[in-house]
Design a protein around this ligand. Structure first.
Ligand SMILES: Cc1ncc(C[n+]2csc(CCOP(=O)(O)OP(=O)(O)O)c2C)c(N)n1
Ligand SMILES: [Mg+2]
Length: 379
């Protein structure tokens, strides 16, 4: 009975592991404090020019603007759904900018910031969420796989791809994105075992945004997520996911190690999902407003802005120009989305298999007939 109780009782999380209130986190890699103060870390230095620093700010500001516009478009009925990255911009831009052109990234459904850094046109992502295509970009050309909704599946794809890279003798690395909830998924654990056993050049980049829809982190793990890596036999590191400089430094180092044949690393980017899980979710049902207020003080964009202003790397004219560029981007995203032509609905039958099968052909015929039954309907 006692043993059973112990096994089923939900224990308090390890300090610093699960609480978004960030008590003591001695293991957290940080190069920029929430107040925008530059600090050094014994294991991670960052060689970065002023131009690059301004570039990171521009990335953060533009992807946030895209995200806000997309959420508004969904509310106006122009998108079927949207998975917001609000609050996770630094984790995504830092990780994305750590990649080299020949590297390959495997996203979930939330990595718009990484898509941006790989050169995916935001409208291609919008088309997916509008339901007019299945993902319109070329994964091989951009080094950015299509979005994956099946939780954790992309970790297997990434590990398999990395094993291929290894066999080709190529000097590139693979970055697999996953969420905190995904760490409970079988595929993720299988992928990490394969990656460790074959020393595959893959880095697992976990955005711990504290929630898997409504399930908080303390229901996923009793140890800090980055510590799990030890059980698989490779390094795990926890980085402040709202600090773009630290994320860039840590991810660069992990990818370099992978390219040099040192095998995988697990990165836990400690962050917070400031919006809803998706536009279909209502977070006020399961979390307190005070929690969000606390995280707003650690806003990833505000802290970089504070640093750039204080250090003189950027001035008001720079911030104004980024603001103007964000306005233009938002307008382009809006008009480009509402103007997207509806596809012929029968197209969905064309890409199920390489060749049409008799059952599929029958379903297609039935679908065409059904559509024709509507007044004036062609399909
Ligand atoms: C295999 C599978 N199971 C369940 C779902 C439904 N689902 C969609 S998102 C999600 C939570 C994922 O949480 P996390 O991994 O923390 O990523 P986040 O959404 O927070 O970025 C679940 C359970 C799914 N898409 N795939
Ligand atoms: Mg999550």
């Amino acid at each position: 009975m006692t043993a059973l109780r112990q096994a089923t009782e939900v224990v308090d999380p390890v300090p610093g592991a699960a609480s978004p209130h960030l008590p003591e986190q001695p293991d957290l890699v940080q190069l920029l404090t929430p107040e925008g103060e530059r600090v050094e870390h014994p294991d991670y230095s960052l060689d970065i020019s002023d131009d690059e620093l301004r570039g990171l700010y521009r990335d953060l500001a533009l992807v946030r603007r895209w995200d806000v516009e997309a959420t508004a478009l969904q509310r106006q009925g122009e998108l079927g759904i949207w998975a917001s990255l609000l609050g996770q911009e630094a984790a995504q831009v830092g990780a994305g900018r750590a990649l080299q052109p020949d590297d390959m990234a495997f996203p979930t459904y939330r990595e718009h910031g990484v898509a941006w850094t790989r050169g995916v046109d935001p409208l291609q992502v919008m088309g997916l969420f509008r339901g007019v295509d299945n993902g319109g970009w070329d994964p091989a050309a951009l080094g950015f796989n299509l979005y994956t909704i099946v939780i954790g599946a992309q970790c297997l794809h990434a590990t398999g791809y990395a094993m291929g890279v290894q066999r080709d003798g190529a000097e590139s690395a693979v970055l697999a994105f996953l969420g905190d909830g995904a760490t409970s998924q079988g595929e993720v654990n299988e992928a990490m075992i394969f990656a460790a056993s074959f020393s595959a050049p893959v880095v697992f980049f976990c955005q711990n945004n504290q929630y898997a829809i409504s399930v908080p982190l303390e229901r996923q793990s009793r140890v800090p997520l980055f510590q799990r890596a030890a059980g698989f036999g490779f390094p795990g590191v926890r980085v402040d996911g709202n600090d773009v400089l630290a994320v860039l430094a840590v991810t660069r180092a992990a990818l370099a190690a992978a390219r040099e044949g040192q095998g995988p690393t697990f990165i836990e980017a400690f962050t917070y999902r400031m919006g809803a899980h998706t536009t279909s979710d209502d977070p006020t049902r399961y979390r307190l407003a005070s929690e969000l207020e606390e995280w707003k003080l650690r806003d990833p964009i505000a802290r970089l802005k504070a640093y750039l202003s204080r250090s003189g790397v950027a001035d008001a004219a720079f911030f104004d120009s980024v603001e103007a560029e964000a306005d233009e981007l938002a307008a382009r995203i809006r008009s480009g989305t509402v103007d997207m032509p509806d596809p012929d609905p029968t197209v969905m039958f064309d890409h199920v298999y390489a060749e049409q099968t008799p059952p599929l052909a029958a379903q297609r015929a039935e679908f065409v007939e059904y559509h024709a039954s509507f007044e004036g309907g062609e399909h």
